[in-house]
Design a binder for this molecule. Structure first.
Ligand code: ATP
Length: 247
């Protein structure tokens, strides 16, 4: 069943069409990657899916319901979660405290940093669970400022998962990572496969080709191909436009 359906989406910036009659869908449990050269319109697309900017035309459906006009918070309530850069956390607080804040935001509970965490089980349990999912349970009491970049990106994912989403919008989760950190993140995302619909925008082609069930190739805001990693690798239009002749 289609979790997300995008029909003929258009976004213009003056004379530039950043999203050009774009069709796309994500099935439940599927990782659908979007790749394309710099400036192809990947970020513009993710921000429209998250509800941060409005398309000029077209439709976005979630579970067959039209959410095109809905704001970020309304989409979040439906279970659409975008990963944000780690700049939105409190660096002086621990990983656990940061994830607890996210849980609190979703549950609407009050939360005090000075109340012992043992007295806040409704926050601590889901937060610990999310940290465990991303392999950070042993590091949960470490202040975020003292964590490695790769760990901070894992934390970012834990904060997304803590909201119990159904669709994850992951915008360059490997950005700025070392090769070892990228491999670790790939393994982590692989472990989430089948449990969430995932839109993955990523420049790391090794990660994309390992993780994606399907790949859509975007060039000048337009989808030029959509298929399995094997189909995309073999597609002559994709080779010519993007991957290069030797891929
Ligand atoms: N707010 C804006 N105003 C005007 N033009 C914009 C705006 N945002 C994006 N663009 C333009 O839209 C096009 C698509 O940009 P976008 O950032 O979505 O591409 P991208 O594929 O995410 O690029 P990258 O891989 O470099 O992150 C580019 O030509 C960009 O200059």
């Amino acid at each position: 069943m289609s979790l997300l359906t995008v029909r003929q989406l258009v976004k213009r910036y003056g004379g530039l069409t950043a999203t050009d009659h774009f069709d796309f869908d994500v099935q439940a449990g599927e990782i659908h990657a979007i790749i394309g050269p710099n400036g192809a319109g990947k970020s513009t697309l993710i921000t429209q899916l998250a509800g941060e900017i409005r398309p000029d035309a077209g439709q976005i459906l979630f579970n067959n319901q039209d959410i095109t006009g809905e704001r970020v918070e309304q989409r979040a309530l439906r279970g659409i979660a975008r990963s944000y850069q780690i700049t939105s956390v409190f660096p002086e607080f621990s990983a656990l405290q940061n994830v607890m804040l996210t849980v609190q935001a979703h549950q609407g509970h009050s939360f005090c940093f000075w109340t012992p965490t043992s007295r806040q089980p409704t926050l601590i349990e889901p937060a610990e669970h999310a940290l465990e999912r991303v392999g950070l349970k042993d590091r949960m009491h470490v202040p975020v400022a003292d964590m490695a970049h790769g760990e901070q990106r894992q934390l970012e994912l834990a904060m997304v998962l803590a909201g119990q989403p159904r669709l994850l919008l992951l915008d360059e989760p490997m950005a700025g990572m070392s090769q070892a950190e990228s491999i670790q993140m790939t393994t982590l995302l692989h472990s989430l496969k089948g449990q969430y619909g995932i839109v993955l925008v990523e420049h790391d082609m090794d990660a994309v080709f390992k993780l994606a069930d399907r790949i859509t190739v975007l060039v000048y805001g337009r989808s030029i191909a959509c298929g399995t990693p094997e189909q995309i690798r073999a597609n002559p239009d994709v080779k010519a436009a993007y991957l290069g002749g030797d891929e």
